[in-house]
Ligand binder design. Structure first.
Ligand SMILES: O=C(O)[C@@H](CO)OP(=O)(O)O
Ligand SMILES: [Mg+2]
Length: 412
């Protein structure tokens, strides 16, 4: 057991060059936990607010003024640290102190506690004594809010080496497909500049279906069969297309509009044609019944809520009641504190909703989410394929593969 001896923060930048905060929590004057808060570009309506009035400095001011409330607490006592944060913020969405502060303080405290105890972070986040690796899933092609004009409207085409037996092979296979896709794109378009989106996926000027076709071509060129060695996933991020006034999904770049019914057919067509293992936010964030249709239709695909469920246990409970999804994204900063995110994870795990622990498009080079994915028994870890801030999470998994307590891959 170690007590928090100091807590302080600073502003710095995420991978998109946007200002964010980093928090240092020290226990016993020497065990440092250091965490930088990420941020999203496609943000769910019901996510925690990142910073009060959008200002990282305001979160830091609050931390400075209240640092003494944390000093002396056990750094491993997640609940007490969470309660202390909540005592500073009576809103439901961290509007007063900022979800980024709750994120950074709780995870940094646990990291400090893990160092004090001489254990890995994933161990002190879980009461289990054996662990399996989640499958890494990552962006090979980007569009939507993560890439520029002319790219697909859908936000992410993802690769997951579902046939891999080891974490090393799973990571390497994803990298191979990412690389091969570059060659396919260069052949397809001699003017392709090798530009990439926010999460490291290639950002070519292609419409949605063509983008999926070239992605599956890359897999085939490597001798892989979709649904066997590798599988594709899509984050439709459909709230980006949803136009409330029109009551339609507007695909600006491809130049068409879908009614809610047409959107279900559009997504179903893609899931079938490309044998998707993973389909995220195929309809907008409030279309719980439409998601339920897809969930009923595709029991073998992870029909996943992200903007739909926003790592909020009450919203997840609603989604479970309506059978809206069989999988859900866990992004700690959508919830706010790590304690909130773990409450969400236990509702998911108790109700057979498969968890996918995920990065944000604006990331840091931290790698604690690799541990959080293990501790929450996530089926997948959505952290990208390339880019320093993405590879940091994958490299942490490779380091962890040396650990005795982690054996093999989860069953999806
Ligand atoms: O929509 C998403 O799933 C995420 C991460 O891929 O993007 P953002 O962080 O921009 O919300
Ligand atoms: Mg998403």
């Amino acid at each position: 057991m170690a007590k928090i001896s100091s807590i302080e923060g600073r502003t710095l930048y995420n991978s998109r060059g946007t200002k964010t905060i980093e928090v240092d929590v020290e226990s016993e004057g020497k065990f440092l936990g250091r965490v930088c808060a990420p941020s999203g570009a496609s943000v769910g309506k019901y996510e925690a607010v990142s910073f009060p009035n959008g200002k990282p400095e305001e979160s830091l001011k609050i931390l400075k003024e209240n640092a003494n409330k944390f000093i002396g607490l056990e750094s491993s006592d997640l609940k007490e640290i969470h309660n202390t944060l909540k005592s500073l913020d009576d809103s439901t969405n961290y509007a007063n102190i900022g979800g980024a502060l709750a994120f950074a303080v709780t995870i940094a405290s646990m990291e400090s506690a893990s160092k004090a105890s001489g254990q890995e972070l994933f161990q002190i986040l879980s009461s289990e004594s054996s662990f399996k690796f989640p499958f890494p899933i990552g962006n090979i092609l980007g569009g939507g809010a993560h890439a520029g004009p002319g790219t697909p409207d859908i936000q992410e085409i993802l690769i997951c080496a579902t046939g891999s037996k080891t974490i090393e092979d799973a990571i390497e296979t994803n990298l191979l497909v990412h690389k091969e896709l570059r060659s396919v794109l260069e052949k397809e378009d001699p003017h392709f500049t090798n530009g990439r989106g926010d999460e490291g996926g290639w950002a070519p000027k292609l419409e949605n279906i063509k983008a999926l076709e070239v992605s599956s071509k890359a897999c085939e060129n490597l001798g892989f069969t979709l649904g066997k060695e590798v599988s594709l996933g899509v984050d439709f991020a459909s709230s980006t297309q949803w136009n409330e006034e029109k009551g339609k999904y507007v695909y600006d770049r491809a130049g068409f509009e879908n009614s809610p019914g047409e959107q279900i057919d559009f997504a179903a067509g893609i899931i079938e044609k490309f044998k998707l293992i993973y389909a995220e936010d195929a309809v907008h964030e409030e279309a719980f019944e439409d998601m339920a249709e897809l969930t009923a239709k595709f029991p073998d695909t992870l029909v996943t809520g992200d903007d739909l469920t926003v790592t909020n246990k009450d919203i997840l409970t609603k989604a479970i009641g309506l059978k809206s999804c069989n999988a859900a994204i866990l992004k700690v900063n959508q919830a706010g504190s790590l304690y909130d995110a773990f409450e969400f994870a236990s509702v998911a795990n108790q109700n057979n909703v498969k968890l996918i622990t995920s990065h944000r498009s604006g990331e840091s080079t931290d790698s604690q989410i690799s541990h959080i994915g293990l501790a929450t028994k996530s089926k997948m870890l959505k952290v990208g394929v390339v880019g320093g801030e993405r590879v940091a999470k994958l490299n942490e998994l490779l380091r962890l593969s040396e650990h005795d307590l982690i054996r093999g891959m989860v069953e999806i």
